[in-house]
Design a protein around this ligand. Structure first.
Ligand code: 5CA
Length: 445
């Protein structure tokens, strides 16, 4: 993409309404625009990152054997009456009446609808296990929408639902989700710690939240600092291997890590004092096992191997897709702007032409742009007729992890500059080498 043809409405001033750094940078970098309290338009740069995050979520869900579908945002009230949640859900639910006077709602979550789909089409244990998921907009009329996309009213969520014959099988689905989530967050450059939590209106006793440590997080968290060193890395996972998946979960959930809802002071005090940490975290996902809470009242049953008709065991599993943009920025920025991890960056690298209009500099930039594009990469070329300082400030703000700087002086010696946004370190090298270096960095991502 050439910046002269892109739509990147960067703000020079700090927007007064933004209290936390991710909100401030998303507005300043022209990623989002607020339309109503807690409701945002996703401008091209923000939309690009949102799509990258969605793509990683899709890949990791499908790697775990979960199947994508798409349910609507609007739901009928009747299904929610069947589960008993229509009245329970309270004022967070946006209720709508259509022209026929039918009661509808903008879905805050989809347990009822997916259970309805399941019971309409599945009747035998032979069709299990089954996990269906979608990535769809949700609406919760939050009392205090704030911090930009972090606590929105309309927000994008990945929500998945497992259907299993018994509790053991459903707990394997729970564990599978835990491991797939760990991998998902790691690919986004995040350390998200699974913490024992409270299930709230979703229900059930088994639930973990995934928290990214950040001083601006809304949840208070208590943890053993050793938990922050755990990494899944690129180890091979066989998602059908119950023992392997369970052992990874044990590895990540044995050390103490709890939110304030489930915190136990006496257990916490057993951790060696120097490892005892109290902090704040951003909840980027939550998984639940709730057994037959929905399948029983909604009659989602299957015929078991012995012929008996039994309600299926279920769980639901959510990732805050739009919230993740805020969480990633909170975890990765400096005073100049965002620092995108390679896994989610909107463009793979920036190209800055220090002297637009100089025949040699223009030609070198064009050649680099063409080579990167031919390699399947997506560069952003700042081809505007602007001062170098302004171009650098924009690149730093929007946070592309790599920048190639091209100027007449370097070209005389046959070199351009490759700069890492994270370390600020620049190296001079011939243009073709810079292209190869970028290609190599992204080859493994
Ligand atoms: N049905 C279950 C799992 S699919 C569910 O709704 N879980 S949840 O309530 O925990 O939401 C899942 C994730 O969505 C949360 O972990 C959080 O990351 C994100 N989320 C929840 N509320 C908001 C909000 N108001 N704004 C942005 N993200 C949110």
């Amino acid at each position: 993409m050439r910046l002269s043809r892109y739509f990147l409405p960067v703000l020079k001033e700090n927007p007064a309404e933004a209290q936390i750094v991710s909100h401030r940078y998303m507005l300043r970098a022209g990623m989002i625009k607020q339309q109503q309290a807690g409701i945002y338009s996703w401008l091209p740069l923000g939309f690009k990152v949102l799509r990258r995050i969605e793509e990683i979520v899709h890949q990791e869900q499908q790697r775990a054997g979960h199947i994508p579908l798409l349910m609507p945002t609007l739901q009928g009230a009747d299904l929610w009456r069947e589960s008993g949640r229509y009245d329970d859900y309270g004022q967070e639910m946006l209720r709508i009446t259509d022209r026929q006077g039918r009661e509808m709602l903008y879905g805050p979550t989809n347990e009822e609808m997916i259970t309805d789909i399941f019971r309409s089409h599945v009747g035998s244990y032979k069709d299990l296990p089954l996990t269906l998921y979608h990535i769809q907009w949700k609406f919760r009329d939050e009392m205090r929408p704030r911090f930009g996309v972090m606590r929105g009213r309309e927000f994008l969520m990945k929500d998945g639902y497992n259907f299993d014959i018994d509790k053991d099988a459903a707990l394997h689905a729970y564990n599978r989700h835990m491991v797939s989530y760990l991998r998902t967050y790691e690919r986004m450059g995040l350390t998200a710690i699974p913490m024992r939590a409270d299930s709230g209106p979703i229900g059930g006793d088994d639930t973990h939240e995934f928290l990214v440590l950040a001083s601006t997080g809304e949840s208070e968290v208590f943890y053993d600092s050793a938990v922050t060193d755990l990494r899944l890395g690129d180890r091979a996972i066989d998602y059908d291997d119950r023992d392997q998946v369970a052992s990874v979960c044990r590895e990540f959930t044995t050390l103490y890590a709890r939110t304030d809802e489930t915190h136990k002071e006496d257990l916490f005090n057993q951790i060696p004092e120097e490892r005892r940490k109290v902090g704040r975290g951003i909840e980027v996902g939550q998984i639940f096992y709730f057994g037959t809470k929905y399948s029983e009242p909604m009659k989602a049953t299957v015929q078991g191997p012995d012929g008996a008709i039994v309600p299926v065991h279920m769980g639901s599993h959510g990732i805050g897709v739009s919230r993740l943009l805020g969480a990633i920025i909170e975890a990765s920025h400096d005073d100049k702007g965002i620092i995108w991890p390679e896994g989610v960056t909107p463009f793979h690298c920036g190209i800055v032409n220090l002297k637009q209009g100089d025949a040699e500099a223009d030609a070198a930039c064009e050649a680099i742009y063409a080579s990167l594009t031919a390699l399947g990469l997506d560069p952003l070329y700042d081809d505007r007729d602007e001062r170098a300082g302004g171009k650098f400030a924009t690149m730093d703000l929007i946070g592309l992890p790599w920048r190639i700087t091209v100027g007449p002086r370097g070209l005389k010696n046959g070199v351009v500059e490759l700069t890492s946004r994270r370390t600020g370190v620049s190296e001079e090298m011939p243009p073709e080498e810079a292209v190869q270096r970028i290609a190599k960095i992204y080859a493994g991502i």
